[in-house]
Design a protein around this ligand. Structure first.
Ligand code: A3P
Length: 298
């Protein structure tokens, strides 16, 4: 069904795997937003005109790249405390929260999103808000997406196998955007908008050397902190502690599937040799113009 929302014509369609299992999505300009909660038809046209604040941080990531992890780290750095944030990162997710609720968030806001630049508030650029990107290798990302989409309690309610899901991952229509389009799209967006301040963190590097990565991030965010404070952030945001801290209350237990395994290289347990070969040739074709590189093991 096509919906004329003003700037773009949005359309409700299905992301589909090779067996016909589907996930409903709303295709809006360059973005493919899961139509599983919120009201993307109303939300997206309004988002573009949302008022930004000078101190907004815009945390961008392809889905399952480690957004929750980074959101918590950035929150701790900006607030100067290693207490866990009271709410979930979803409270500050641009594509799902009503504008009034985003407007009501206290500063500094760590807004987060899987959207492309063309659907983000124009004022982010005018006000030179700081962007942070988290990137993760696409094989672990695909495995993580599969588990999130098929987890008990997940609104995606995907019922195919991992192999079936891979066929959806490599198709044109993928909930929260096709990975290669997202990465290469942002690469072009950043090249065309050289005034956007941004910092990229790779999941694998954060996993390998969290102290170094968090110090570099703090310096980009103009946060001064002691070595002890950084060590404490690392400890509080280790996979085990973060999972425990963010899913401790009965109200928050529903987020359990956001903290699944937290490893680099789990894809080896899921891809067959043939799937891995097919995926590699898919990537080399789709990413042949990209300058980004990804690590698949530590
Ligand atoms: P896995 O499914 O591979 O475990 P996002 O936050 O973008 O949805 O990404 C979720 C992925 O990040 C999940 O990957 C999750 O387990 C992992 N993750 C969350 N917190 C983490 C942490 N503290 N350390 C490492 N990985 C973490």
């Amino acid at each position: 069904m096509a919906v004329n929302t003003g700037e773009f014509v949005g359309e409700f369609v299905d992301a589909r795997d090779r067996k016909g299992n589907t996930i409903p999505v709303f295709q809006y300009g360059e973005d493919t937003i899961p139509a599983i909660r919120g009201n993307p038809k109303e939300q997206l046209p309004q988002l573009k005109k949302m008022e930004a604040r000078d101190d907004d941080i815009v945390l961008c990531a392809a889905v399952k790249a480690g957004t929750h992890w980074l959101w918590e780290i950035i929150t701790m750095l900006l607030k100067g405390t290693t207490e866990y944030a009271a709410g979930p990162k979803e409270d500050a997710m641009l594509e799902f929260r009503p504008i009034e609720e985003l407007n009501a968030l206290p500063s500094p806001r760590i807004l987060n999103t899987h959207l492309r630049l063309s659907n983000l508030p124009e004022q982010f650029i005018e006000k030179k808000c700081k962007f942070v990107f988290v990137m993760r290798n696409p094989k672990d990302t695909a495995v993580s997406m599969y588990h999130h989409f098929s987890a008990e309690g997940s609104a995606f309610a995907y019922r195919g196998s991992f192999s079936d899901f891979l066929s959806m991952f490599m198709s044109g229509v993928v909930p929260h955007n096709n990975w290669t389009d997202y990465i290469t799209g942002w690469e072009k967006d950043l090249a065309m908008n050289p005034d956007i301040p941004y910092h990229i963190i790779h999941y694998e590097n954060l996993k390998q050397d969290p102290v170094r990565e968090i110090k570099t991030l703090a310096s980009y965010l103009d946060v001064t902190c002691t070595d002890d404070f950084v060590d404490d952030v690392v400890e509080k945001c280790s996979f085990r502690n973060l999972k425990k801290g963010k899913t401790a209350t009965p109200e928050n237990q529903r987020w359990h599937f956001m903290y699944r395994k937290g490893e680099v290289g789990d894809w080896k347990n899921w891809f067959t040799v043939a799937e891995n070969e097919e995926f590699d040739s898919y990537l080399s074709k789709e990413m042949n113009e990209s300058k980004f590189s990804f690590r698949y093991t530590l």
